[in-house]
Design a protein around this ligand. Structure first.
Ligand code: CAA
Ligand code: NAI
Length: 696
């Protein structure tokens, strides 16, 4: 047999291997090959049974997601699994790597599953807005019990080889020759009558207490099921396993699958999957560019960000020297880090040993000279360009050969690079707060950054379990530059007649966890106030609140009141008075503003700025901007990110609304950006744009 499935008879056993790089996805050719191979082995008298495995690093990563939405090509995956179950001889899956989604479902059609130490089993469909579509919700309950099955499918988490054996998802863990072990299992099974397969077994479902255990597990998912249609479908489909025969259960599962697959929410989640992977490809990077080795890292500043960044390195097992200007600040910073770990230990999410080990990887030092010997320096001192330039100038000679990265939120990295004799080693590594938690890393490519330095920062980002996105230099890069547009509109909406609660509600209804004002109160309103004072900016409502001593939660009052340390704010009459005073002073006639206008004026200007960012080549792809918003600002994943959302709305609609708001308010910044206007006029979309090489 040729094609992505190979068939070889070894020692009287058919060894069927899937070979469809990069991840052995179940394309039409793989499905066809598997079905044919199963039937051939079944019919061949010289074959005692089947071993089914995968080449490369995965067993089978599941359905080919790129085929979703295209006309179906037979055989279906259900037909492939039925062919395996119809084989009169034993079939054993040899799982050396990831068996995910449809990959695990294929393995469930086998008589046994032998796993290697690097195997990972799971049903990640929930993360794509769908449910397992080829028997995962029917056979998994029959193998491991419906309570465990529903939890597995609803979490989408991968299970390690040893956990898979412990929960009964796999039969044995083989550290040595996996194929040999699978062959031995085939022989053992062939020596006796075959035990019933999962398509004819329901002892786990009829066992005493099984239904109750399932309903208890389902109850735990009730809140998510109310919010995420795929979770509701998973729960119901697993419940069906109790209530109907397998065939009917499979048909029900298929119906849920088709419905969910065609839902815009699943389309958005699939977009996220591919956008995240596309962001890892850096356009314009010469082939074969090798990242440099990073064994020692220095972080400058033990403040909010320096502390979080140091934790991110320590969490990844990379030793880090954290540097301050004086002992007191250093000790404060180290104590804060220790406290955050201690809280995790108390909560049970970190062991005491891991806490000690991570603290052991963080060394505190006073004085910049301690950066000597580092392969990478991440600067996280105060947001002042002159200070940063001075530090970069000194680092040039203190840490020769090191990559010099700034965590600046807004400032010009080209200017920092120019303060050194080796601008090719300088770039931005912009983490998001809290840096030990948030997954986004904007890697800022400055004018002279070398390909090696860029590749190294991206590689390090991945080691820290971050999602690195390469962006260009501009004020605020991608995320903060777009955020500024939203912040500006939020302030103006207050001046024109909205309340903080109405503005926040528009965004929480959209799917954000918090609105801009609740967020501002949490972060502290003085940060922006200080920046506005330093840069000559103004935000009359925000400024007036700060002048009245309302700095956010830390003063128990900001846009909201926080009586007796309450975490959720309550609306404040004083704030309403301040806002109305500002409107009056500015000569603005306040009016009722609809929720729709509020939402559109918060979201569409960000899309508009995203279009400018693309036009200027600051981001290479619209998907990169979406990834920034998903992982840096908690944009709701099921809305796919701002640029995907714009495509879903239709760019003509977005451009028309922006033009209308520009005319209504006299605010020219709301006029549609040239790229947006052009695409809208052509009936185009952001997704239709080609990656811009000049960007990254
Ligand atoms: N379909 C199509 N392409 C896929 C894919 C899939 N299921 N899984 C991965 N790929 C592609 C990626 O887009 C990427 O492509 P590029 O190199 O062009 O960017 C490439 O394979 C490598 O992927 P990763 O960068 O993610 O590789 P990794 O080694 O870091 O991780 C993996 C490997 C763990 C398998 C990971 O790719 C993964 O989790 N894949 C998705 C698994 C999944 O969701 N499966 C369920 C599919 S739905 C289903 O199966 C429904 C059903 O019931 C029938
Ligand atoms: P911070 O004020 O909490 O910490 C700064 C620390 O740097 C202080 O502890 C200070 O003592 C120290 N420091 C000052 N000069 C130094 C020097 N010469 N050498 C060593 N240490 C020095 O500030 P924060 O919030 O941690 O911000 C740091 C940088 O990170 C800024 O550039 C900021 O814009 C950026 N940033 C901040 C984010 C946030 O949410 N706070 C998010 C992303 C980036």
């Amino acid at each position: 047999m040729t094609g992505p499935v190979t068939y070889q008879v070894e020692d009287g056993i058919a060894v069927i291997m899937v070979e469809n790089p990069p991840v052995n996805a179940l394309s039409a050719a793989v499905r066809g090959g598997l079905k044919e191979a199963a039937e051939r082995a079944g019919a061949d008298p010289a074959v005692a049974g089947i071993v089914l495995g995968g080449r490369g690093s995965t067993f089978i990563a599941g359905a080919d997601i790129t085929e979703f939405g295209k006309p179906p090509v037979p055989p279906s995956l259900n037909e492939v699994i039925a062919a395996l179950e119809a084989c009169p001889k034993p079939v054993v899956a040899a799982i050396h790597g990831a068996a995910l989604g449809g990959g695990l479902e294929v393995a469930l059609g086998c008589d046994a599953r032998i796993v290697g130490p690097r195997a990972q089993l799971g049903l990640p469909e929930v993360k794509l807005g769908i449910l397992p579509g080829a028997g995962g919700t029917q056979r998994t309950p029959r193998l491991i019990g419906a309570d465990k099955a529903v939890a597995l499918a609803a979490s989408g988490d991968k299970v390690s080889a040893s956990d898979a054996v412990a929960m009964g998802l796999a039969d044995a863990l083989e550290e040595g020759d996996l194929i040999a072990a699978a062959k031995a299992k085939v022989r053992a099974l062939a020596a006796a009558p075959l035990p019933p397969r999962l398509n004819v077994r329901d002892d786990r479902l009829t066992a005493p207490g099984a239904r109750e255990a399932f309903e208890a597990a389902a109850q735990k998912l009730a809140k998510r099921a109310a919010e995420e249609p795929q979770v509701a479908a998973i729960v119901q489909s697993v419940r069906n396993a109790f209530e109907m025969p397998l065939e009917q259960g499979l048909a029900g599962e298929r119906a849920f699958f088709t419905q969910l697959r065609d839902d815009p929410r699943s389309l958005a989640l699939r977009h996220v999957f591919f956008a995240e992977r596309a962001a890892a490809h850096i356009p314009g990077l010469p082939r074969g560019t090798q990242p440099r080795k990073v064994a020692r890292v220095a972080v400058l500043g033990a403040g909010t960000m320096g502390g979080g960044i140091s934790m991110a390195f320590a969490n990844a097992g990379i030793p880090v020297t954290i540097i301050e200007t004086e002992t007191a600040a250093l000790e404060r910073g180290l104590k804060r880090i220790d406290g955050i770990y201690a809280t995790s230990v108390k909560r049970g999410s970190l062991s005491a040993e891991a806490h000690a080990k991570r603290m052991g990887l963080i060394e505190g030092k006073v004085g910049l000279e301690a950066a000597a010997g580092a392969d990478l320096v991440v600067e996280a001192v105060f947001e002042e360009l002159e200070l940063k330039k001075e530090i970069f100038g000194k680092l040039d000679s203190i840490a020769p050969g090191a990559i010099l990265a700034s965590n600046t939120s807004y400032l010009d990295i080209n200017a920092m690079a120019a303060a050194t004799s080796r601008p090719q080693d300088v770039l931005g590594m912009h983490f998001f707060s809290p840096a030990n938690v948030m997954k986004l890393l904007e890697v800022v490519r400055a004018e002279k950054t070398s390909p090696e330095a860029l590749a190294t920062a991206v590689e390090i980002g991945k080691k820290l379990a971050k999602v690195p996105v390469v962006v260009g230099v501009c004020h605020g890069f991608v995320g903060n530059r777009m955020l500024a547009r939203r912040t500006q509109q939020a302030e103006r909406l207050l001046q024109e007649g909205a309340t903080p609660a109405q503005v926040d509600k528009a965004l929480t209804d959209f799917g954000f966890r918090m609105g801009p004002f609740a967020m501002g109160d949490l972060a502290g309103l003085d940060i922006g106030w200080r920046i506005r004072k330093a840069t000559g900016g103004s935000a009359p409502v925000a400024d007036a609140l700060c002048e009245a001593g309302r700095l956010g939660q830390k003063t128990a009052k900001g846009y909201y009141d926080y009586p007796e340390g309450a975490r959720a704010g309550v609306e404040s009459a004083e704030v309403q008075g301040i806002i109305e005073g500002v409107s009056q002073k500015l000569g603005i006639q306040r009016r009722e503003i609809s929720q729709q206008e509020i939402a559109e004026r918060l979201i569409y200007p960000m899309i508009n700025e995203g279009a400018r960012i693309l036009e200027e080549g600051i981001a290479a792809r619209p998907g990169d901007i979406d990834v920034v918003w998903l992982y840096g600002y908690n944009w709701p994943a099921w809305r796919g990110g701002p640029m995907h959302h714009a495509d879903a709305l239709g760019l003509a609609h977005v451009a028309e609304r922006l033009a209308a708001y520009a005319a209504q308010t006299g605010d020219d910044s709301l006029k549609p950006a040239p790229l947006l206007s052009k695409l809208a006029a052509e009936g185009g979309s952001f997704a239709g744009l080609k990656a811009e090489a000049k960007a990254a």
